[in-house]
Each structure stands twice: as structure tokens, then as C-alpha cells.
Design a protein around this ligand. Sequence first.
Ligand code: UGA
Length: 458
Amino acid sequence: MKLAVIGCGYVGLVSGACLAEAGHEVIATDNDASKIAALQAGEIPIYEPNLDTVIETVVREGRLQFTANGGEAVRDSDVVFICVGTPPTDSGDADLSAIDSVARMIAQESKSSKLVIEKSTVPAQTGEQLKRALQVYATNPGAKFCVASNPEFLREGTAVKDFFHPDRIVIGVEDEESERQLREIYAPILAGRFRCPVHEPNCPPATTPDFVVTTINSAELIKHASNSFLGLKISYANVLADLCERLGGNVDEVTRAVGLDPRIGGQFLKAGLGFGGFCLPKDIQAFIKLADRAGVDFGLLKEVERVNKQRVDLLLDKLKKALWVMKGKKIGVLGIAFKPNTDDIRLAPAIEVIRRLLAEGCIVRATDPEAMARARTVFPDLAYSADPYEVSLGADALLVLTEWEQFRRLDWKRVRHEMARPLLIDGRNMLRPEEMKALGFEYISFGRPDKPPAEHAR
Ligand code: UGA
């Protein structure tokens, strides 16, 4: 089947490349011509593990092409995936202007009927608006449009693995033909008919993911509801961490035991600096707005947002309490990306921490294995180093803001000796308090006491 992918952000690139690997002919386009030129030259504009391998293979084999000509992509395909951004507006609503202009382009360029699929994260009822827009903008009476929703659940940093090995595939459709086409598109993924770059030579045995067919409104709601629930779990764990600090518990012990209940589950209960990135914070904000407009008070999610925003304050309070005076202090920052294995710094808690440190008059030096180039666009004058030991040199405090594996494996004894004062604030609860104390650090994390957790709890 011939597929067009509109929008070469990480969802568009990963979906397009993986669907090409699964045997489809894919033509991907973006209104940023320089991005397309880079992709045509073999450059991948984002850091995403395994994506380069997949793109390189499918481009070489002629199943994935890039074009700056959106009309060409649309005319040559049977199915169009809309993967453009839906950033927040000032009011917190999702900005759907890119979806609207893509709808106009699809409607005007189509010479034959198409299935148009929303993959971008959009509020419920967008599918209805999209359908109406396609009809209104259509210029060719021979072109009829069906609309479907196919929300994406992949995570940055493991996006290729998540695409090939999903927990579930959700499609929101309103007719049988759209369902049939989507089943055909995903059949190779469900049957394991692709070369997986993550698990060579063979993928481990796994259960077949659920293929969930719903209405379009439900599919749209499922996406916002999933991301919001993940944020809710994280904020819950973070409040537990605060309680542990006051009452003398250990949040690692508490969340581990709580998560062993399969009704709760252990994932997304890691306490620390809170969630960032361009998905959870903006989707929660948009979901709250959507609920408000529908006359439903989603106060529960407002609280999730409030707790999350407070995490940066709490980290800075811990730092201030330890340093007393902030002005002129040298602070080393380990990690800028919103999470490991990505170069994405959008709404990363580390960005807010750095901004506030600079406002306090601190002298900041930062490192990140992948995100420094993007960070330079936000803080061009900040001192950066690729070497974490250099970042530690002469520092009055070191902050762990992203839990990259490279940081876990540092020679922490050496780090301690490089520092002017061995104050280590672990915003991601990445290191073991007892080990860091034994090395001579003043070690501070979230919700964990000085003494090691009980032996049986490890
Ligand atoms: C999230 C969802 O997990 C995906 O399912 C979804 O497809 C994606 O948004 C999207 O809408 O496109 P992502 O933003 O890549 O994926 O990152 P997550 O792995 O969800 O992490 C989000 C943030 O939560 C990170 O800042 C991470 O450090 C933080 N986090 C995560 C915690 O603070 N504690 C945890 O226990 C887990």
C-alpha cells in the first residue's frame, strides 16, 4: 500500500520508516524544506536509537522517499498519515493550525479518494473537524475522504522498539473499509514481518498486541487519557517522596511494593524532578482545557500539573538550603534532555533549573551526551563540556537532572575529588545514597533517607 506521511518530526519519521520496513511504500514530506534536504542527504534530524539503521535500509531499498513537495506525496498515495505538531497555544489548548493547513493541502491536491489518518495527538472531536475541513476545501469531485484516528504511544528514546513491539494498536474508524486498510497496514507489525534493529537476529517471544478498534472520538480520548494517567502516576510518586522525607520512609521501597500490585503496576512511579518533554505536560494541559470546555472539572489533572511544576522549586530549595548563598557559586549540571536516550529538551525540567540558576547568579557548566547542541540554542552563552569530569571541576555542587546511563557509570570517586565541595543533588534518584555517602559526598535526592533500604527490598 502507498502511504504518505506528512510531518517529519519524531512520530512521522519513526512511523514512516518502520511502516516502510514493514513492506509499505512510504513518501514522507514536511513543510520545512531544509529538514527534507537534510533527510535526502542521509542526515537524521533527531537522535533516536536505531532510527538511522531503519531509515538507511528502507531508503536504500527504495521503500522510503522524502520530498518537500507535499502535493506530490499526497497524489502518489492511498493513505495519508498526518503527523504534524500540535503545540500548546498561550491558553494551553492544542494549536490545530498545522492540521488545518495540511487538510487544505490534502483536499486540494488529491485527485483520487484517500484515507486520512490523524496520528498527531489531537483533542477529541478533531476527527469531525478534519472531515468537515477536507470536504470544504476539496476541489476535485472525484476525490472522497475517509478519516481515521491512529494515536501513537511510542516513547522518545525507545520509539523504534515501541513501534515494532507495541502493547496495543488503537484505531478509531467510522467505516469498514478504513478498518480493513488499517488492518492491512499493521498486519506485518502484528505478524512480526520486519527486520527488527533492536533485537538482532530475532525478537524475543511476545504476545501479539491488542488491535483495538473504536470510534474516532474514543481513539482521540484514549491518547490524552493515557498520557495524562502516566503523568498522574509520576506526580503521585513524587508526593509520596515528599511524604517519605517528612515521615522517614524510603520512596523506592514504597513505590516498589505499591507497584507490585498488578492493578497499579510498577512503571512510571519513579520519583524525582518530575516529567517533561513535549508530550506529557502539553497533553495534560490540553486535556484539562478540553474537559473545561466540555463542562467537566478535571481538578485531578490540575493537581498533577501543580505537583509536577513544584518539583523544580523543591530541587532548588534543597540546593539553596545546602549552599546558603547561591550567587557566584559554581554549579555543574549533568543532563539537559528531558529524559535519557534523546536530544529533546522541550519542556525539560533541566532547562527550567538552569534558567533559575542563572537568574540567581550561579556560574553554570553543563553536559549531556546528546542534547548540548539543542541546549546551545536556548542558552548560547552557557559553558558546556562533553566531559562530565570537567563539569565537576571546581564545582560547589553537582546536579543530576537526567538519568543517562553514562552518568551512572562515572568514576564517582574521581568526580568527588574534582569538586570544590562534594555536594551532589540527584534529581532523578539515579544513584545509591549509601554508596555516595561512603565516597564522601553530601548526597541529597528525593524521598530517600541516608540509610540503605532494607535488604529484602532491593
Ligand atoms: C510519552 C508517553 O510515555 C508515550 O506513550 C507517548 O506516545 C508519548 O509521550 C507521546 O505522546 O508522543 P515520552 O514523552 O517520550 O512518551 O516520555 P516518557 O517516557 O513518558 O517520559 C516522560 C517524562 O516523565 C520524562 O521527563 C521522564 O523523566 C519522566 N518520568 C517517567 C518520571 O519522572 N518518572 C517515571 O517514573 C517515568
